[in-house]
Design a protein around this ligand. Sequence first.
Ligand code: IMP
Length: 432
Amino acid sequence: MANVVIVGTQWGDEGKGKVVDLLTDRADCVVRFQGGNNAGHTLVVQGQKYIFHLIPSGILHPGKVCMIGNGVVIDPAVLIHEIDKLNEAGNPVTPEKLVVSRYAHVIMPYHRAMDAARENRKGKTRIGTTGRGIGPCYEDKVSRNGIRIHDLFDPAVFRSKLDQVLEEKNFLLEHYFKEAPLEAGAIADEYLAYGERLAPFAGNVSERLQEADRQGKSLLFEGAQGTHLDIDHGTYPYVTSSNTVAGNACCGAGIGPVRIQKVIGIAKAYTTRVGGGPFPSEILDETGEYIRSVGGEFGATTGRPRRCGWLDTVVVKTSIRLNGLAGLVITKLDVLTGVPRLKIATGYQCGSMKLDSVPPELDALEACRPNYEELPGWEENITKVRNFSDLPENAKRYLLTIEELAGIPLYIISVGPGRDENIVLRNPFEDR
Ligand code: IMP
């Protein structure tokens, strides 16, 4: 038995949801530890497409417990909607299957309003947030003005916290952002009703994890977004507002670092990014368009077109360092079928300097030009391939080049969106 963390190695949307769903077979509990409904994890199971924003991607497996840790910011309306949709689709979400941390912070209407107002005011320098109120909610957490899930269960406490915080928010909304103020009574009615719906699911995730771990169960921690969107280590300020790196699985779920045995990074066979910020290997010609359309590279949360680029091993190697990755899962390899020449970024030329990791300063990164290794592509459909040896020679060469440049082994290659469309080389729960 092992406890494994899954993180994205790029700027999110690497296909983590599918990999978590696949690995849930070997896990007993699946845990989200950061982010909120800015994430959109897409799964295709028996031809049916599911998109989860908050509920861990393991929810479709009977007998597994899904948990939402204290480090996640929760929009209760979105969580309830996901529970209802799953119930309607014949996958009942019971308190035995889903545990929501009492200590997770709640995304409030003023968080969404501030997110939108701030982006509008920034104009050209906007971050391109998902507009879900994620950043403002984390701000309130850190400034100790947050409302947590357990506050929704006590009307008096909730109302007094809300009144206090809303005074400041309304002042900013009205006088700084020139937006309409929000009304406390309506918010209280709405959110206390959410509290009633969510109360049966609320629990102490940290204690539940300790109990499961002691019983020898396997825990799978599901990261959201990607390493380069990390608030500390990403391309700041074009980042999200949480730590997306594996170390935060401990803080965001309430488990000690020595209880985690392995961290696996997910990398798309190319790179994508949504929103603003530097992207050295971005492809701005028709090949980028081709990858976007074949790969369906439109945000699962906002529907925005994703920017597409070549696989960048500088980005991936920086993630290996920041997360202590044991191995990589390569997703969406099938999307590259038919691209005649493939490029992999192997290093950056930054003025007179050669760099092999992503520089933290925005200006420096913006000035970087990737050096590429070029490889021939393949034409064959690979979606039915289940053994590495059956791949076209050029696809093998592409993967072996990635493995060599990354310096860590490949664990799984995803060759299509379906649950079974994978080449499994190693299982992170088995090789210790
Ligand atoms: P926020 O997380 O909504 O504050 O957005 C901050 C930045 O992170 C924006 O560039 C978003 O596009 C990006 N972002 C947030 N969540 C995701 C995700 O799940 N996938 C990809 N990009 C994301």
